[in-house]
Structure formats: structure tokens, C-alpha cells
Write a protein that binds this ligand. Sequence first.
Ligand code: DHB
Ligand code: MG
Length: 213
Amino acid sequence: MSQTTTYESIDAYINALYAPEDEVLAWIQAETQRAELPAISIRPFEGRLLQFLAQMIGAKTIVEIGTLAGYSGTWMARGLPAEGKLITVDASSKHLDVARQSFERAGLSERVELVQGNAIEVLPKLSERGPFDMVFIDADKDSYLAYLDWAIDNVRTGGLITAHNALRGGRIIAPESDADQLVQTFNQRIAEDPQLNGMLIGVGDGIAAALKR
Ligand code: DHB
Ligand code: MG
């Protein structure tokens, strides 16, 4: 890249082309601030990328681990057919209260099911409703490996497993915390597990992606 072109300007260019925020997405971001939820949602083009990946595999069912305010969920659910279903899990009822409003505003309430609880406890109960077409992991990094195990067991053959923060703000190269180290192990597992056909999509904070063989 030339020295005058920054990653920020490239991100802005892609956002403007493919991920302009409508009033619902803008409301979710504003409400995230107002309700003092953590400002760690995915970026617009990351949302568009997840939606695009869902559409590439013709996803009808998606499980999201880590709802937050429903920003990523809105992007993904908009990529589902009308009869599709996003099941989104979060430990925080405060997060889910905002997310519920987000999906209502987006006209997606029928297509989205919110599940409150610790994903480690909730996911095994969801298994009977699988296998699912896609899983998106974007919750506590401590449990990323456990979420990956569940995802491998619960996506269909040809289904897609995705995870946010695969680059950890660049710290993936030289981990500075246990969470960075765990995501490094997670990426290694995606790269090497013979059950997976994986790739690290190095845009935004990195989307780890793998098709189940
Ligand atoms: C953190 C978590 C995220 O999912 C994210 O996208 C950014 C930061 C965090 O826990 O710090
Ligand atoms: Mg994240």
C-alpha cells in the first residue's frame, strides 16, 4: 500500500461501498453508548462480510455466541431467508434487552431467537436443534476453544464456523495476554484441524473462518 493510503481510509471506502448504516444500525450504535454497553461491536464491513459469507453457503440457520446489542446479529439475520433463524446467545440480560429492541426495530423479531445464559451451559441444550449452517463466535476469548469444539460438532458438513477478533488488534503476532494467547491457539487449531477447511480473513480485527469438511 502506498504511504498516503491508510488502512482507515480503505476501511472507510469499503464501508461506503458495501456497508452504509441505515437508521436501525445507527440506532444500535447510539443505544450501545446510551446504555453504556461495551463499544466492541464489529465494524460495518465486518457485518457485511458475515452476511455475505452466510449467503455464500445459503445459510438458513445461524448460531451466534455473544449477542451484545444485536449489531452483528442484525447484519447476519438480514442475510437469512424469511424462514431462516438466528439463535443468539448472551450471558447478559442487559445486553439482550437492548438487542431485543434492535431486532424489533429491524423487523427481524420473527427471525431471531435470543437465549440468555452462559454459552458453555446453553450450547449443549441447543445441539438437539442442529446441525446448523453457520456459527459466529464473538464472546469471551477464554472459552473460544470450547466454542469451537461445540461448533465443529454442531454445524453441518459444508457449514461455516466464523469467529471475530482473530487478529486481536495485531497482538496475535506477539500475544500480550492470556486472551491473545488463546486466540492464537484457536487460529492454529482452525488452520490444522483435519475436520476443517479454514482461513483467516485479515480484514478489520480478523474473521477466522472454516468450512466443516
Ligand atoms: C474485546 C472483545 C471483542 O469481541 C472485540 O471485538 C473487541 C474487544 C475485548 O474483550 O476486549
Ligand atoms: Mg469481537
